[in-house]
Design a protein around this ligand. Structure first.
Ligand code: ADP
Ligand code: MG
Length: 478
């Protein structure tokens, strides 16, 4: 299936060249920028973010359906994260051969033994969907739910203005205000930070952004910090590293997290979600210390684990959403976007899935319990991999998922290059952000919190902007 872009394509070379230059100028003017590859530690030089020339069409009703449904996903993930037995049971087998998951699970065990101290929950999530191009309905299908460092929402907000301009410039005949919806991500996430900080209830305690020192995507984080300050200038906001927490952090007698003399109310992880972020034991000590403390970690360790591929595969099984949510309408809304997922664990069920994948590898995606893009296995590589590991416990570290064959749309990428982009068939992944805040007992906020679209040429398997496969995009409601 194909959808039409907002403007008739292809463009002539002269029109395209002008549109690309205008788009870059407009993007930089509106702050859609990143630090450079050469100098990721300084903002002295910045570059235009990689983006699609035109916004990505999505049926209006699906966009609203996904946006409205995000509250249910927030609730589901929150409830899963509170079901420690379910998380432990589900991840037990993966932990055997997946050290990263194993270490997080150990931290969970440790804090359960000691008694959980955190003052509340701050869940900042993003669920990602592809439009299924295999039927006329083009139904949205869920790719995954991210529970840690769901990024790019803030910097992307500025791209909506760019796309409204370019669409009009190129003669797109739509009401750009209505068809290219405003992205309220910064406002919603900042509100969630402030609410969580209020739940912690100690005026001098800080919201801490845990970041890497070499961060090209720094403005995406800074926009949130600035907005928090705009809401309440008195909230201390700091940027520190895992290394800072691990080397200078300590717990007070009543388990307050103190780093360099500052009490920490919120630990917001924008680092620490892939093994390479942990260069030494000090980083792991940081996560353990924060998890043991009263500070509200975003995510806390069980919510982090709830975001693993393995847990999401377990949730996709019949009856599992119902285990957490009783309202049938909510359950139906959540399940409607699910696609088949299969355990590859040692045992009869896993053997069946392996046989199925070896027979028709093109129908599946094989995913390890990892984040950040570039990890999945596709096509014949699935067969090769499975034949290699089927008799080892390594297979427990993966899950299998039905491959979604998404709707395609012709489009151009605008990237840092003097060459004119070529017209390519693109596929877009639509991300819906969610924010849930709770105190020890009740949720005090549960909202849809803006969107993110990432677009890549059809046929490129991986989707990450970070790994260079995708460009950033915005939704065009049709
Ligand atoms: P990560 O945690 O690395 O982001 P994802 O599950 O999002 O893992 O997979 C990475 C990319 O692989 C996605 O952005 C998407 O482009 C592609 N992908 C993942 N699952 C599927 C699927 N079931 N069908 C088609 N493509 C998929
Ligand atoms: Mg992803």
């Amino acid at each position: 299936m194909e959808l039409d872009p907002p403007v008739k394509l292809p463009l002539s070379d002269s029109l395209l060249s002008d549109a690309v230059n205008q788009s870059k100028d407009c993007a930089v003017s509106h702050g859609f920028v990143f630090r450079t590859f050469e100098n990721p530690t300084s903002s002295d030089t910045v570059m235009c973010g990689p983006h699609a020339l035109l916004p990505a069409p999505i049926p209006r009703k699906y966009f609203h359906q996904l946006a409205d449904g995000q509250m249910y996903i927030n609730e589901l993930l929150y409830l899963i994260s509170k079901d420690y037995d379910f998380i432990r049971e589900t991840l037990k087998s993966a932990a055997v051969s997946d050290d990263f998951t194993g270490r997080l699970l150990k931290i969970l065990e440790k804090i359960l033994e000691e008694g959980i101290a955190d003052a509340g929950v701050l869940a900042l999530l993003r669920s990602d969907y592809l439009l299924d191009g295999s039927t006329d309905e083009m139904l949205p299908k869920m790719v995954e739910i991210n529970t840690i460092a769901s990024s790019l929402g803030a910097v992307t907000t500025n791209l909506t203005l760019v796309h409204r301009y370019t669409t009009q410039l190129l003669g797109g005949r739509c009401d750009v205000e209505k068809s290219l919806p405003t992205n309220n991500h910064i406002e919603k996430y900042s509100k969630a930070f402030v609410k969580a900080w209020e739940v912690y209830d100690t005026p001098k305690a800080a919201i801490v952004f845990v970041v890497s020192t070499t961060e090209r995507n720094v403005f995406d984080q800074r926009l949130l910090e600035f907005e928090v300050k705009k809401i309440n200038l008195d909230i201390p906001v700091k940027r520190i590293t895992l290394l800072d927490i691990g080397s200078k952090g300590k717990l007070s007698d009543d388990r307050r997290l103190i780093v360099d003399g500052t009490e920490v109310a919120i630990v917001y992880y924008r680092d620490g979600y892939i093994p390479s972020h942990f260069k030494s034991e000090t980083e792991w000590n940081a996560v353990l210390l924060a998890a043991r403390s009263r500070a509200i970690c975003c995510p806390n360790v069980s919510l982090h684990l709830a975001g693993t591929k393995k847990v999401q595969q377990a949730i996709a099984k019949p009856g599992m959403v119902e285990r957490f949510i009783s309202n049938p309408d909510k359950v139906a809304a959540i399940r409607a976007t699910f696609t088949g997922q299969y355990s590859l664990d040692i045992g009869a069920e896993g053997d069946k899935a392996i046989a199925m994948a070896i027979a028709s590898p093109e129908k599946f995606v094989m995913k390890p319990n990892k984040e950040g893009g570039g990890n999945n296995i596709y096509g014949v590589d699935i067969r090769t991999k499975l034949l290699g590991i089927q008799n080892t416990s390594e297979r427990n570290a993966y899950i299998l998922m039905d491959r979604i064959f998404p709707v395609t749309v012709p489009g151009y990428k605008v990237v840092s290059s003097p060459e004119l982009p070529e017209l390519q068939n693109m596929v877009s992944e639509f991300g819906m952000f969610g924010a849930l805040v709770s105190d020890k007992k009740n949720a005090v906020m549960n909202d849809f919190a803006g969107h993110l679209v990432r677009t890549k040429p059809n046929g490129v398997d991986e989707g990450g902007v970070g790994v260079g496969a995708s460009v950033i995009d915005t939704p065009y409601l049709v």
